[in-house]
Write a protein that binds this ligand. Structure first.
Ligand SMILES: NC(=O)C1=CN([C@@H]2O[C@H](COP(=O)(O)OP(=O)(O)OC[C@H]3O[C@@H](n4cnc5c(N)ncnc54)[C@H](OP(=O)(O)O)[C@@H]3O)[C@@H](O)[C@H]2O)C=CC1
Ligand SMILES: Nc1nc(O)c(N)c(N[C@@H]2O[C@H](COP(=O)(O)O)[C@@H](O)[C@H]2O)n1
Length: 221
């Protein structure tokens, strides 16, 4: 599976505010770039923290892109994937609507009733890991469902875990020119952090592009 992480951060590295309120960090051009990445993916993934904070749809917004997908035999929208160890995704969440297929990755610790509620809401539930979702194991399950190109949008907890598990192939990050601040505000990679410099993931910078009021940095991982 090819895993592409794409996110937008403020110049001080924040994904949103300390209240975890969604902010438009990038502008029209970058949202269009993100839409193109979604259209090129088999599935778009977030952590349950993003679902609870933003209630995103994760769908392709541009009609022509959806039409192109449909005419090449793909569903108009990529599937949605939520990493959600304890099945906390609300049944009314937008990611569970009929616009696309949705996979919810849970762990063995998830409550049976909560899993059933997700299945009743139309999700396909993939179980991997004891307490927390084992991302590598869950990705094997997704591959069995035909997911080869996975785009991950965040948030910072999930992105850190993907780097820690060495599952990231490509990173693109829009760096805007706003300062959000706040030690509690989510950053691109949160989690426990890497303590040993020997374990820092080293990326290869492949491109720098000016866009809107910021820059898009592209890396191979
Ligand atoms: N600017 C941007 O581009 C973006 C910004 N955001 C912002 O990010 C914020 C949300 O980020 P954040 O709070 O970090 O939440 P995340 O979206 O990263 O979700 C984190 C949750 O995912 C669940 N999870 C399941 N398995 C794993 C695993 N193996 N590793 C890590 N997490 C796992 C955990 O909950 P559990 O233990 O219950 O499973 C965890 O708390 C929001 O404010 C949102 O607006 C989000 C996306 C893009
Ligand atoms: N690329 C990008 N730039 C920003 O400025 C952002 N705030 C985000 N956020 C992501 O977009 C999701 C919303 O998606 P829908 O419009 O609901 O489809 C949000 O949840 C973040 O993942 N991204």
């Amino acid at each position: 599976m090819h895993v592409h992480v794409n996110a937008a951060e403020s110049v001080d590295g924040k994904l949103s505010t300390r209240e975890r309120e969604q902010v438009a960090i990038s502008g029209e051009a970058d949202f269009d770039r993100m839409d193109a990445l979604r259209a090129d993916a088999d599935a778009v993934m977030v952590g349950v923290g993003t679902v609870l904070a933003d209630d995103p749809s994760l769908t392709v917004k541009d009609d022509a892109r959806r039409d192109r997908r449909a005419s090449s035999g793909q569903p108009p929208n990529p599937a949605r994937v939520v990493a959600d160890s304890r099945a906390r995704t609300p049944s009314a969440a937008t990611v569970l609507d009929d616009d696309a297929a949705t996979y919810v990755l849970v762990s063995e610790a998830a409550d049976e009733e909560a899993i059933e509620a997700l299945a009743d809401a139309g999700a396909t539930v993939v179980v991997a890991g004891d307490e927390r979702v084992d991302l590598a194991g869950a990705f094997e399950g997704l591959a069995d469902h035909g997911v080869e190109r996975l785009m991950v949008e965040g948030g910072g907890e999930l992105i850190f875990s993907l780097f820690a598990a060495d599952l990231v192939d490509r990173l693109t990050v829009y760096v805007g020119s706003t300062v959000v601040g706040g030690r509690e505000a989510p950053t691109l990679a949160d989690g426990d952090g890497f303590a040993d410099p020997e374990s820092f993931p080293e990326l290869t910078l492949t491109d720098v592009e000016r866009m809107d009021d910021g820059v898009v940095l592209s890396y191979d991982a």
